[in-house]
Ligand binder design. Structure first.
Ligand SMILES: *Cc1c(COP(=O)(O)O)cnc(C)c1O
Length: 356
């Protein structure tokens, strides 16, 4: 085996090793059935149990009432949810808070279905902060936020108060902290950041929302159809859902409080070093810093190639910043161990020592 790689990739991203082990075992033989998870029918009893457990465990982790909310596993990524939420629920006017590239894309898609009011934006400072909004009580069909901005490294640490239905793209911070999920009427998350492999998107949706649907929505884009058909209107991504379930079991047994504590410790270590080390500057506003994606730059006059080579000598992978921000981005999702964070910090210190 090669030396351990410290995987800071923004997504697809690190998962617990045991998920890889259990998923690979199931590729060879799933549940002692003599069949691979890759070849079983999505209508088989064994897979229906997987789906049922994944749905139920997700609602449990989120402490959502199973009579009020449904959990769906869909395809098309978070990007399909950008238009699906609007297709189903934007009848007149929806409010969006624009906190980065993903919010901007969600807004672009929503405009095809109705009026969009951008009630807050941090575009004026290249999205390095979360706009401050008190309460939002106009008559919007819904209010949409991106809870964690993967590219820019900002995160909502409290959520807007509103009497309208509240929707969130939680792709990059779902189940990374203990929040009140019942504040939200609809939550979606592409799995490949904090839940599992690419290929499946989790949706947590309040059943009552279906009463709002006024349009004829094509079946594949209709939440009602997917709820009625238990995420199996067509063939669901069997292997991705199974792998997500393996990870959900770990999340459930650790609990969101403990996960949040670990993620806060990891992010504090990184940000403390960014602030202490003269060679680095943080990108986002201190109060809005993400506990999932830490974005930073080299201070003026330091040699980026030297820092990159120190990182690669220490088996650090995936810390290049997104092209729209530049610099570096350390994604520190649930599965990333504190040892990896310490390795990165040691690289930052070693880099600094070149200039003493
Ligand atoms: C990655 C990401 C997306 C896009 O997800 P896809 O599954 O690739 O469509 C959307 N929103 C956020 C916040 C993301 O991090």
């Amino acid at each position: 085996m090669k030396n351990k790689v410290h995987n800071f990739s923004a997504g697809p991203s690190i998962l617990p090793n045991i998920v890889f082990e259990q998923a690979s075992a199931a590729i060879k033989d799933f549940n002692n059935s003599g069949l691979s998870i890759l070849e079983i029918s999505h209508r088989s009893k064994d897979f229906i149990e997987v789906l049922e457990e994944a749905r139920s465990i997700s609602l449990d982790i989120a402490s959502l009432n199973k009579d009020d909310y449904s959990c769906l596993f869909l395809q098309g990524g978070a990007s399909l949810q950008f238009l699906m939420v609007a297709y189903n629920f934007l009848n007149k006017k929806a409010a969006y808070i624009n906190t980065g590239s993903w919010s901007s894309l969600a807004i672009k898609e929503a405009k095809m279905f109705g009026d969009v009011s951008e009630i807050g934006s941090s575009a004026d400072k290249n999205f390095n902060y979360i706009p401050n909004l008190s309460s939002i009580n106009d008559d919007f069909d819904y209010v949409h936020i991106t809870s964690n901005n993967t590219i820019f490294g900002t995160q909502f640490h409290s959520f807007p108060e509103t009497t309208c239905p509240l929707f969130a793209d939680m792709s990059s911070d779902i189940f990374s902290r203990n929040i009140n999920f019942s504040k939200f009427d609809l939550i979606y998350a592409g799995a490949q950041k904090n839940l599992g492999p690419a290929g499946v998107t989790m949706v947590l949706i309040k059943n009552q929302l279906l009463d709002m649907v006024k349009r004829n929505v094509p079946s594949m884009l209709s939440y009602k159809v997917h709820i009625d058909k238990d995420s199996s209107y067509n063939t669901p991504p069997v292997f991705s859902i199974f792998s997500v379930l393996l990870n959900l079991r770990l999340i459930k047994s650790e609990g969101l409080e403990s996960i949040e504590k670990r993620n806060s410790e990891k992010s504090k270590l990184i940000y403390d070093e960014i602030d202490r080390n003269k060679c680095f500057v943080g990108f986002s506003d201190i109060n809005d810093r993400s506990h999932m994606n830490a974005t930073f730059n080299l201070a003026d006059g330091y040699d980026v190639e030297i820092f990159k080579s120190i990182c690669s000598d220490n088996n650090i992978s995936g810390i290049n910043g997104h092209r729209s921000v530049g610099g570096f981005r350390a994604s520190i999702y649930n599965a990333l161990g504190i040892d990896s964070v310490i390795t990165l910090i040691n690289c930052m210190k070693e880099f600094e020592s070149n200039y003493n």
